[in-house]
Design a protein around this ligand. Structure first.
Ligand SMILES: [Zn+2]
Length: 348
């Protein structure tokens, strides 16, 4: 019989996470403390109620409140460190995490201050915790191509081992993705890896633009990929990874009714290199371990399937080859040890 893993087993399963926003991973209690320190009025008195939302608009409203509480480098250090601590507790051993300075730049915080804090939190976490992380600078699409170019230049000037790539997030509607071609070209010239949120609430054509005209090596979400069979064939052939966030697509994007209706299972059947991620684990109060449980239940995935999904994260990552190979060895050894501990047969 093919074994299914318990929730606790899936929480402890070693994982890679490639789609997680540091702002959206922040703890409500920390945002409350920072709001008090900086004199920012919150709409709720109990931090437990801060992350209550039922629509994308409410979600974006809370996102703005979080950003309004992030003022100093130390604020960014703290949320970066805590996001990695929470990730480690969900079994994440390697993470490429987004930070999106566009929101706070508008509020007057320079990107250099943001990076100073994020970098410090990252280095502290590398020292203290059993999770290795790199950052991806996401520019804000609605702010436009000049902001994108500025962010590419800034990211390109930082230590590549800490700031590995550039991405772009926020809404797709009314955004001409081709307008970012120059910024992505500059990022490529500077040796940055490239990804983009595409085909989440926008059409598969945005994924095609990302792959064909922006030089993106990975697609965040890619929910609508299967709408375009030719593009799907190309994404499979080139093994361009998707960073899929099923529960986020249900509760934030509202693009699918439930995880069982999500195209993830069909994508995997076809041979898409699809990874599983949490997106905004703090705000959703739902981390990648919860996501693994949800995906296993929704698609009746065995433990073998979930281990394969975990390994796909290593494949899809931008870690150097020697690091990927070390991660694979470590993960497989941990898979075996966990199976033994839970009295399950060895991996088939
Ligand atoms: Zn995202």
């Amino acid at each position: 019989m093919v074994p299914h893993a318990s929730d606790q087993h899936l929480r402890r399963l070693p994982k890679v996470e490639l789609h997680c926003h540091v702002e959206g991973a922040s703890r409500a209690t920390t945002i409350k403390a920072l709001a008090d320190r900086h004199g920012v009025a919150l709409p709720v008195s109990d931090p437990a109620d801060l992350y209550d939302f039922s629509s994308l608009n409410q979600f974006l409203g809370i996102y703005d409140i979080i950003c309004a509480c992030l003022r100093t480098a130390d604020d960014f250090r703290r949320i970066t460190y805590e996001a990695l601590e929470d990730g480690a507790n969900a079994g994440v051993r390697y993470r490429e995490m987004f930070f999106s300075p566009g929101f706070v730049i508008r509020l007057g915080v320079p990107v250099a201050t943001v990076w100073e804090g994020v970098r410090a939190g990252l280095l502290e976490a590398r020292h203290d915790l059993d999770i290795h992380a790199r950052m991806i600078l996401d520019f804000d699409k609605p702010t436009g191509p000049a902001h994108a170019m500025e962010m590419a230049a800034f990211a390109g000037a930082q230590d590549r081992d800490l700031l590995v790539g550039i991405g772009a997030d926020s809404v797709e509607r009314d955004i001409d993705h081709r307008s970012f071609a120059a910024a992505f070209a500059e990022a490529g010239r500077l040796g940055l890896r490239r990804t983009i949120h595409a085909g989440e609430d926008g059409p598969a054509d945005n994924i095609a633009v990302a792959v064909h005209e922006l030089g993106c090596e990975r697609i965040d979400h890619g929910f609508r990929l299967l709408d375009d069979p030719d593009l799907t064939a190309e994404v499979i052939d080139r093994q361009i990874p998707l960073t899929v966030c099923p529960t986020s697509n249900v509760v934030i994007g509202n693009v699918v009714a439930d995880v069982a209706s999500h195209p993830l299972a069909r994508q995997r059947e076809l041979g898409v290199l699809a990874t599983v991620n949490s997106d905004d684990p703090g705000m959703m109060r739902f981390d990648i371990a919860d996501e693994y449980v949800a995906v296993a239940q929704a698609f009746d995935y065995s433990l073998d399937d979930m281990e394969t999904i975990s390994l796909a994260g290593i494949e899809a990552s931008w870690a150097p080859d020697d690091e990927k190979s070390a991660l694979r060895h470590r993960f497989v050894a941990e898979f075996d040890a966990l199976r033994q501990e839970y009295g399950l047969p060895t991996r088939g």
